[in-house]
Design a protein around this ligand. Structure first.
Ligand code: ZN
Ligand code: ZN
Length: 144
């Protein structure tokens, strides 16, 4: 049997879907069965889902809801970590990583802004407190 795509090449296997011969470059193993590249390209081959499935780009969900929330919470609490995680995720290329990465960065920025507000508030509060204590002691001095 010859490869359907490369007539000069001998087939190493027959496609499990269409039965055509596939050479070494054309044969692709999916879930323990050999398919030709043409069948894979047309999407007739069922890509197995599960933990031991080969990591096919797209389609599958890589991030569970729990993982996402954990990422977002960490991004909020540690904005620098969230920013780095977001940038790393965005460079991965698949849309899901990009989406989670973008969210991480947004949450990190929100967390950073929140931290700033907190610090400002505590500064203001301690400033008022110190001023109040000073005013009090000045009053006490005057009364004494
Ligand atoms: Zn085929
Ligand atoms: Zn071939």
């Amino acid at each position: 049997m010859q490869c359907y795509n490369h007539p000069e090449q001998g087939a190493v296997a027959a496609c499990a879907s269409c039965g055509k011969g596939a050479c070494e470059t054309c044969a692709v193993e999916v879930g323990g069965r050999i398919y030709c590249k043409q069948c894979l390209a047309t999407g007739v081959v069922p890509v197995p889902t599960g933990s031991n499935a080969p990591s096919a780009p797209g389609a599958q969900q890589q991030y569970s809801a729990g993982t996402r929330w954990l990422l977002y919470i960490v991004s909020f609490l540690i904005p620098i970590g969230g920013l780095i995680a977001g940038i790393v995720l965005m460079t991965r290329g698949d849309t899901e990583s990009k989406q989670v990465g973008t969210n991480c960065i947004v949450v990190a920025i929100a967390g950073f802004a929140f931290n700033c507000v907190c610090v400002l508030c505590s500064w203001l509060f301690s400033g008022i407190l110190i001023a109040a204590v000073e005013a009090n002691s000045a009053l006490l001095l005057l009364l004494a």
